[in-house]
Design a protein around this ligand. Sequence first.
Ligand code: DMJ
Length: 658
Amino acid sequence: MSLPENNMAVESGLPNFQRYINGVPVPNGRKMLRLREKYIIMLVLLTFGTVCFGAFFFLPDLRDRVSMDGMRKHLRDAGNVIFFPHARIGPDGLPISDKAKILRHDEYNIDPHRIDDKVRLRGKIEAAWEQDKMDKASLVDPLPKGKVEKMEINNQVVPGDKLLDKKNDKLKELSNDKQKDDKTKKINNDDTGDVVKMEQQGDKSTADETGKRRETVLKMMRHSWDNYETYAWGANELRPISRHGHASIFGNIPLGATIVDAIDTLYIMGMKKEFEKAKDWIDKNLKFEGSSDLSVFETNIRFIGGLLSAYALSGEEMFKNKAKMIADKLMPAFNTPTGIPQSMVNVKTGSSRNWGWASGGCSILSEFGSLHLEYSYLSQITGDKIYMDKVMKIRNFIQNIEKPQGLYPNYLNPRTGKWCQTHVSMGALGDSFYEYLLKTWLLTGKTDKDARTMYDGAIQAMEDKMLQTSKDGLKYFAEYKSGRLEHKMDHLACFSGGMMALGANGSSNPTKYLHLGAEIARTCHESYDRSATKLGPEAFRFDDSTQAKATRQNEKYYILRPEVIETYFYMWRLTKEQKYRDWAWEAVQALEKWCRVESGYTGIRDVYQLNPNKDDVQQSFFLAETLKYLYLIFSEDSVIPLHKWVFNTEAHPLPIKS
Ligand code: DMJ
């Protein structure tokens, strides 16, 4: 049987490159490529070229870091984490797999300081609690219990022994006497009958208006607190719309994060009944015994900071003991060759680790750099130097290693002691490191000169490399990424206006830094003013067509953050320009309009939309920071005076060492 003509390959048993289409042989022998084939080849070459170009210019980490030797070290240092990555935990405390979605660092509702979600986590007021009602006047010029040598109250020097012996009565008496002299006006708080001291300065109308604004903030605090108490007592945070507890960054163990974070605000606002209830809960329930990985940074700034502040304000030993108990549980994090702590500790097992996403398991600058205030104060009040030793080891290490162009990158490997990349930020991942250098200098009564020197050097480098002026004249700190700038400023970075102003005194050029603080405040105010809700986005950008506005959907949310208001607070205290009080009042009105719900306050998903969707989370820092700074803006300077107190990064005041 003859084979069909078109089956020559089978016939000969040899390969043949004859092609057939529908059984019909396609003639061989064509020498030229068809036009379509040429286009395909060109397209392939073009794609290849684009990928190479992109890899070189847009992946600076790779360009900087990829070498066989580097790769070998990276694999060695990563240990088994690289093969068995830890489960990542979502903001509600559930493993990400349970959420059936991927959490990204900048995803909506993720605080970059909360790590994996980013994620994402600061004399006492020796005024006594009055037996029947809280007299706000007794909050004047507070000092820490047992540490007072002498105290100046309204220009009178009072010896420490007198204060200690008759502390509350004496303070109240002195304050009240002075108030009478000054014809200080008092008004009744309609909720409780508590007495709030009015302005001593300015004309009557200013005083009245400011007093009303302060009352409004007090009512906001009551609304937040009462609803937390009603619907989420003992849980970490409140879900104000669904009306139940929210696990938060601290996972499913109910640690009462809101109670501890807010307790000093309750004290400062004179909410005595609530303070006592919070104190009782902490005394009986705050144990930190569950098995959960906790962020060392967030636990420090919110829990240890909150407890230390409550101790400094009230003198109650219980707060100090609780702070020490928690700090002791975090100790395993510091067991690294460099002393740079890891990000998380399991308080039950004592195991510690870093976030997998953090540049391959590195420690984060803003986290290990934001322990110094709390740990040094804890050593001071307990007499145990172990806490101070831990933070001094971090300090010495950072001080001695090489800084690329004077800058401090966001990630550091705690095993090798090398920077993990060269991204630098005044916002997420960097921010409070700089803040703590300055504030450590202040907390030590300006004796820790190394801290000041490091602060000045870091700020100078950031000014040189990152400080920008937009087309319409707004100053902002861009993000520095391996020599290139990303023209974006985080809401978090807006704290830097206040920091610049606070650091002006003691700098080489006080006028310049006070002015820079004012400029950053203006920029951040613009980011609020340019939105429909008059609240600011999570991050805003600058380019040819955009100035101080968010351009990406996942940067348009507002989660009750404090940083812009924090800067208004410092600018008000340091300049006394009325506009800062007015800007703060704008924020109050916007919060009332868009974030207040029947059972508390919620974040919103898009500041550029009227009637925005809500995230149903009342963050604990709203009570700890946002409301506290608002209250202080509308109070006299003698309520937490800046020459006696330093706020940690969660707005928890600690007394300056005299
Ligand atoms: C707070 O927990 C602290 O202010 C921290 O330093 C940064 N992020 C939040 C509030 O936005």
